[in-house]
Design a protein around this ligand. Structure first.
Ligand code: NDP
Length: 258
């Protein structure tokens, strides 16, 4: 007898923003491993195509596509989501992952940099989420997963704009739930802790910072990108159909202790 797994994503289509590299690439790979067809996304065309080729080699050309648009531009988002669905089929899963960081104390923070971080890390999830949801709501089915951070709940000096944006993203996840859950959409988020990536290698190499992370994290280690793909795959699957509006902290326990 056939026993389909509720975690199986075969037949589903997923768009992961900012998946030409970093965490988004790992999340797209995890979704593809669970059976989904994945649309990769980024701005730099060469990097995007290189990643598409890499994943297509592993999962097959028909299972991996790509689309490029600026997530901060309303017309670009509308055109990009339309192109995504025309070229790859209806989206079942959207992961709002693309984001940027900008490290400056609040007193020195320029308004243009504040606006750039808020546009990329918060407003983009509204724009891309709204455009995808318009289509998902017609089909009465869809999963939206917003990628926050431990800064969705906690602050640190020098990253005020990022902290405001990621905190806003947690409440946007709840706002989307309030309006869309009754119509078949599950909107949730994950809040990754300190993840060892190319971007954070410099922090791993900083002896004092590394010691602080290891001491501050109950699990006693940095996270890896693979630590994030299981929870995202779960949130993208039917196994999480009654999970609504939650942000799941994946931080080795960092935010549960003082
Ligand atoms: P990276 O800097 O490695 O990758 C960012 C991705 O977003 C790239 O694909 C980039 O495209 C794309 N992107 C950026 N701006 C835009 C834009 N305006 N329009 C379209 N695409 C854009 O990011 P990370 O993997 O480090 O982070 C991914 C997410 O995870 C972010 O939301 C981040 O806040 C969150 N996070 C990261 C942590 C970490 O330790 N790294 C910890 C906690 C949360 P291109 O390649 O073309 O530039």
């Amino acid at each position: 007898m056939d026993h389909p797994s509720p975690f199986d994503l075969t037949g589903r289509t997923a768009l992961v923003t900012g998946s030409s590299r970093g965490i988004g690439k790992a999340l797209a790979t995890g979704l593809a491993k669970a059976g989904a067809a994945v649309l990769l996304h980024g701005l730099d065309p060469q990097r995007l195509e290189a990643t598409r080729r890499e994943l297509a080699t592993e999962f097959g050309d028909g299972k991996v596509g790509s689309v490029s648009f600026d997530i901060t531009s309303e017309p670009a988002v509308s055109a990009g989501i339309a192109q995504a669905e025309e070229s790859f089929g209806p989206l079942d899963i959207l992961v709002n992952n693309a984001g940027i960081q900008h490290r400056v104390p609040l007193l020195d923070l320029d308004i243009d940099d504040w606006n750039r971080v808020l546009a990329t890390d918060l407003t983009s999830a509204f724009l891309v989420g709204r455009e995808a949801a318009r289509r998902m709501l017609e089909r009465k089915r869809g999963k939206i997963i917003n990628i926050g951070s431990v800064q969705s709940d906690l602050a640190r000096p020098t990253i005020g704009a990022y902290t405001a944006a990621k905190g806003g993203l947690r409440n946007l996840t709840r706002a989307m739930t309030a309006e869309w859950a009754a119509h078949g959409l599950q909107v949730n988020g994950i809040a990754p802790g300190y993840i060892h990536t190319e971007m954070t290698q410099v922090l791993v190499d900083d002896e004092a910072f590394n010691a602080w992370i290891l001491g501050r994290t109950p699990a006693g280690r940095w996270g890896t990108v693979d630590d994030l793909s299981g929870p995202v795959t779960w949130l993208a699957s039917e196994a999480s159909n009654y999970v609504n509006g939650q942000t799941i902290f994946i931080d080795g326990g960092m935010t549960t202790v003082v």
